[in-house]
Design a protein around this ligand. Sequence first.
Ligand code: GDP
Ligand code: IMO
Ligand code: MG
Length: 423
Amino acid sequence: MKMDVLLGLQWGDEGKGKVVDVLAPQYEIVARFQGGPNAGHTLEFDGIKHVLHQIPSGIFRSQILNIIGNGVVLDPIVMKKEIDGLAKFKIDYKKNLVISKKATIIIPSHKLLDAAYEQSKGDKKIGSTLKGIGPTYQDKIGRSALRVGDMLSPDFKDKYNALVEKHKTILSFYDHPLDALAEMEEQFFAAIEFFKTLNLVDSEYLVNDAFSEKKRILAEGAQGSLLDVDFGSYPFVTSSTTMTAGACTGLGVSPSKIGEVFGIFKAYCTRVGSGPFPTELFDQTGEDMRKEGNEFGSTTGRPRRCGWLDLPALKYSIMINGVTQLFMMKADVLNIFEEIKVCTHYELPSGEKIDRLSFEISEVDAKPVYKTLKGWNCSLENIDSYEKFPSELKNYVSYLESELNVPIKLVSVGPDRKQTILR
Ligand code: GDP
Ligand code: IMO
Ligand code: MG
C-alpha cells in the first residue's frame, strides 16, 4: 500500500480542507504532517461551515482515523478550543483522533516571540499569523523544544521553565512586554491537563502498521508549496516543509511509500501576508475576485491579495512535488469575468522572458506576460458533470492541462462537498 498526499500548490487556502473531506471516504486514515494553527481548513456540508486548524479534515467522517504527525507544531490552547468546538457534532475524538508524542508544542512565549520578531522587521514583516509557528520550529531545529510526549513526564514543568527563561531573555532584548504571559500560561497549563487525556501515540508505528494492514492513507498538507521554507519566496514563507517530502519526514514514511500526489490550486491566485506576487491585481478586477471568492483569511480574517493564475509558479510546484493529479478549485469565482488571463512568463527589466523561478526572481521587477482566454461568464450553479461545463471552461481546463502536462481530475465549483466535479 502507498500513502497519497494532498497539498496546496500556491500560497495556501486553495481549498485543501474541502477536498480532503470529499476524498476521505476512500481512505481509512487522514494525517496532517506539518504546520500548525496557522492553517485554516474550511469544510462545508449539510448547511454547516466549519474551520479546522490543527485537526485533520477527516474528522467529520466517523470511520476515519485522524493522525496528527510528528512534523506538526501544536498549540494545546487551540487544541482544547477546537475539540470544544466539535462537541455539537458528537465526534468520538478519543477514538478518531491520535497525536504523535513527537509533535512539537507551541508554548505561550513562542507567540510573544513571533510578535516581537515581526515588529522588529518593520515594513519587511512576513505577515505571520502570529500563532508562534516560526519560533517553535526554530526551537525544534535548535534542539530545545518541548514535545507532546514531554507533557507526560514528571519534570515537564522544569523543562517548560527552562525554555521560558530563554525566551524571556530574547524578549527583553526586543523590549517586548511580558504582561500577557501570566494569563496565557494559566490557559496553557489548563489545556495541557486536557491534552494529556487525548490519545497520544508513536504515530510512525501506527502509520507503518497501517501499510501492512492494507489501510489507505491520505496525507493532508497545510499552507502551500510557495510558502515552503526551502522553495517558497523566502523569507516570506512559513517555517515548515510544505511539499511532498514533508509528508515523509512529518509522518515517518519512506519516500518509496508515496502513491498519488494530488496538487490543488485555485483557478486564480491568492496570497495572505507579505511577499512577492507577480500577478497580483490592484484594480477593480482584483477587488471583484476577492468579493466573489470571499477571499478573507480563515485563520486571521485578513483580506487575501488576489490575482490571475501564474503558470511558471504552478509548474514549479508541480515539479518539486511530483504531482500526479491536479485539482482545480473555485472555478465558479471566475464566472463573473468576460475574459480570463493566465500568466505564461515573466518579463525581466532587460526585456528577457523567462518561465522559471530563479533565486533572483523576487529581487527584480518581473512583469507577468499574459495569455487571454474567453471567460464562460455564466453561473455553474446546477452543473453536476464535466460534460455540462460551458465550452469556455472546458477550454480553460484543457489549456491548463496542455501547459502543465498533468491531468486535472477534479474541478470544484462551490464550497460545499457536493459542488465537486470529478473527471
Ligand atoms: P485551505 O486552507 O486550503 O483548506 O482553504 P481555506 O479553507 O482556507 O480557503 C478556501 C475557501 O474557499 C473556504 O472558504 C472554502 O469554503 C472555499 N471554497 C473551497 N472550494 C471552493 C469552490 O470551489 N468555490 C468557492 N466559491 N469556494 C470554495
Ligand atoms: P492553510 O493551511 C495561507 C502565511 C502567512 C504568512 C506566512 C508565514 O490554511 O492554507 P506563519 O504564521 O506560518 O509564520 O506565516 O505564511 N500562511 C498561510 N497563508 N494559508 C495558510 O494555511 C497559511 N499559513 C501560513 O499569512 O504570510
Ligand atoms: Mg486556509
